[in-house]
Design a binder for this molecule. Structure first.
Ligand code: FAD
Length: 392
């Protein structure tokens, strides 16, 4: 309905420098190619799935991955020398915005996934073992930070990593961990006594590591409780130095807040708004008002994506993007649901599915309350200072 077109030919960035924020033609092409794939391949697949599907069957996930690869639609942010498109964070945002024109994005990590950018900071041997196979879709990684007493306040996490000969013994509990069943390794945050929180690459399964429980949620997410009982992790699977986990991961948290959830919110909002417009359910004024908010979310997202790509600190911008895009999607999907009446509440138009799935973004990877704290702290005190209690 609308072109991607976000054209502010010249604007000043947060440092007062004049920058061009026009999306590159390659990024616009990424959006168009991905959108065409979604419309021709994924939307028909979406129609075949049961409405409350919690995951894509493994054989279907493999088919989708093969089809994406055959069309050259993977690795948007992956550097060209590693076989990717090299379109960076704006490219990833554009591809995921297009992907959100189906509800399938929530059902499998193969869809629109990229390896955590954190893995680019791994040692050469770790890159060989984890990053490269993840790029090829042969491995998938889960991310294990949250504990029963540490989520928003991640600085207080208590999983212990006890140094022993040749490595560490990890003991403790992780909760609400996504995509454990589809993953064969996890990035695990654990505390080395007297040194601090440290990051480990842990194989799934590993002796002593138990998936204690899988919990269904209101949308397409299944989350696991993981019990670690003296799980041995060799020293070469430690990422960075002891006590360095949050310093290593901070940029990754920020980029995720720009490029994982917001493009999904924006794409889903676009689809819902297009549907309401096509069915002539909106007055011109209401259409204008939603479009304004949608374009504002896009503008925030692509500007932050560009700044993150240039390596600038984007902590409070990332929090703004997440907060604004999630609130927009939740309110727009609610409104679309109301406008469609019983049809909206039914499973026919997928609005209810989007609404259930996107609801989790207000919690997962940092709640909206925490985003607003980060924004305030950034504006009031400067955002380069680490805030250990608000890393998630
Ligand atoms: C579907 C889903 C998938 C998830 N996947 C993962 C995953 O893959 N890996 C992972 O590690 N974690 C995952 N999580 C966990 C998620 O990141 C945490 O639940 C989230 O960060 C909130 O932390 P918490 O559970 O400690 O909640 P709490 O911090 O206890 O939050 C409870 C409420 O208190 C509010 N609150 C907390 N602190 C403050 C404060 N200082 N000021 C104001 N309000 C505050 C929160 O905003 C929230 O409203 C997932 C969660 C969900 C729901």
């Amino acid at each position: 309905m609308w072109p991607l077109g976000l054209y502010w030919p010249y604007q000043k960035n947060s440092w007062g420098e004049e920058v061009s924020l026009r999306l590159s033609p390659d990024v616009e092409r990424a959006y168009e190619q991905m959108k065409a794939f979604v419309e021709t391949y994924l939307q028909p697949l979406e129609d075949q799935l049961p409405p409350f599907a919690q995951k894509l069957a493994p054989e279907k996930a493999r088919d989708v991955r093969r089809a994406l690869e055959a069309e050259g639609l993977v690795g948007w942010a992956v550097p060209k020398d590693l076989g990717g498109h090299g379109l960076g964070i704006p490219g990833l945002c554009a591809a995921r915005e297009a992907l959100a024109h189906t509800t399938l994005w929530s059902l499998s990590p193969v869809l629109g996934s990229e390896p955590p950018i954190l893995l680019y900071q791994a040692s050469p041997a770790q890159k060989e073992a984890f990053l490269l196979p993840t790029l090829k879709g042969e491995r998938h990684g889960a991310f294990a930070l949250t504990e029963p007493e540490a989520g928003s306040d991640a600085g207080s996490l208590s999983m212990e990593a006890l140094p022993v000969e040749g490595g560490y013994l990890l003991t403790g509990t992780k909760v609400f961990i996504s995509f454990v069943e589809e993953s064969d390794y996890a990035l695990v945050f654990a505390r080395v006594p007297a040194k601090g929180v440290t990051l480990f690459l842990v194989d799934l399964p590993s002796p002593g590591l138990e998936i204690a429980r899988i919990m269904e949620t209101m949308g397409g997410a299944r989350v696991a409780r993981l019990e670690f009982q003296e799980v041995f992790v060799p020293t070469e699977r430690r990422m960075g130095e002891e006590g360095e986990a949050f310093a290593l991961a901070q940029h990754w948290f920020d980029v995720d807040r720009i490029a994982l959830q917001p493009p999904i919110c924006i794409g889903a909002s676009h689809r819902a708004l297009s549907l309401a417009a096509k069915m002539e359910l909106l007055s011109d004024e209401e259409m204008g008002s939603w479009t304004l908010r949608l374009e504002a979310a896009r503008a925030l997202m692509y500007r932050a994506a560009q700044e993150a790509e240039e390596g600038r600190p984007v902590r409070h911008q990332a929090a703004m993007v997440k907060s604004f895009a999630v609130e927009l999607a939740l309110s727009l999907l609610d409104r679309a649901l109301d406008l469609l009446g019983p049809q909206g509440y039914s499973q026919r138009f997928r609005i209810e599915r989007y609404r259930r799935d996107i609801r989790r973004f207000a919690i997962a990877a940092g709640t909206l309350e925490i985003q607003n704290h980060i924004i305030a702290r950034g504006l009031l005190k400067g955002y380069s200072r680490p805030l250990p209690g608000e890393v998630n």
